[in-house]
Design a protein around this ligand. Sequence first.
Ligand SMILES: Nc1nc2c(c(=O)[nH]1)N[C@H]1C(S)=C(S)[C@@H](COP(=O)(O)O)O[C@H]1N2
Ligand SMILES: [Mo]
Length: 377
Amino acid sequence: MAEAPARHGPKAADGPVPAEEISELLEVVSREPACAEAPPSTLDAALTPNDRFFVRNHFPVPHLDRSTWRLEIGGKVSRPLSLSYEELTGRESRTLRALLECAGNSRRAMYPPAEGVPWNHGALGAAEWHGVPLAELLAEAGAFDTASEVILTGADRGTEPGVRGTIAYEMSLPLEKARDPDTLVALRMNGEPLSAMHGAPARVVVPGWYGMASVKWLTRITVSAEPFRGFFRTESYVMIPEGPERGSPPPPVTTLRVKSLITWPAEGATLPPGLYSVRGAAWSGESPVAGVELTSSSGRDGSAGPWLAAKLLDEPSTLTWCRWECPIDFRVEGHFVLRARASDRSGNSQPLHARWNFRGMSTNSIHAVRVTVRGPR
Ligand SMILES: Nc1nc2c(c(=O)[nH]1)N[C@H]1C(S)=C(S)[C@@H](COP(=O)(O)O)O[C@H]1N2
Ligand SMILES: [Mo]
């Protein structure tokens, strides 16, 4: 694994990271706050190098000094804890591979345009995370079994429209998900200590859920008996339907929907006539991917051809993506649309168009790629 660029390392001085510090290998989607996405080819590898891992911030990046940082664990616990970085590294640890996908990934594919950062398809990455299972810390603190949620608080702060004063980035998990052995307080990413951009010195990683729950710059864990009502949980990461408000709050965004992306050929590619292998990756947070199918409008009359079963190249799991490939006959010149559709073992499949919601969350519409097949003229 390549060394993370030194400029991403923790700094002694406080203050926001200049936006220029976004890796030049990413495409900037927003400068303030820093949001940047990865090229589609990123999914051709099982792991995403740190300098190619997308960034999604809501507020300026805080600079936390590892030597003075502490993680507080309190609320409905019998033994509140305050741990230093050293103390945390001394706890029982685990390493696992997991992807993070922003809930707003692919938002640009929604029509009419939805509210939010206009992500194309690159707000996701997969890394090897090393850290302490959140369950271990909750057990050590004596979290009450009667509690319902665990609130995760980041050190970053800022303003949001309609909210008075500044707020911290905070998200909650049901106690059961917080106790999942795969939910980590991560200290290392692909073998490197976490960089400032990705949450140093410690962040949460919640496999199987959209990225908003993987709280960076973690400073406090609060076990709560009440459902968390913070802005990011009740107003931001929610599925807001079209129409009059219904009285009940809109449902929160949680589990990753089944989804696949075509990584080759690239959108808009022109290829000489021939036989090719289409590549991509697929994932689902609810249950492992069962299959991926590909179609192209390659029928003689231009109609959509049959759905062909792709070959899965990795063992599907709910933690990370599995790569796939599928041969395609492009010996006839023309204009084609490749479409890939994944399904999971729970029977979920990708819709042609994901159900529209106001903030464009959890889009898993079938990915379509335009390809021209043309010989030399
Ligand atoms: N403290 C804090 N944690 C955060 C965020 C944030 O803005 N502040 N953004 C969340 C969102 S929406 C996503 S998608 C992931 C992105 O993680 P990354 O920037 O390491 O890719 O971090 C999550 N954790
Ligand atoms: Mo996100």
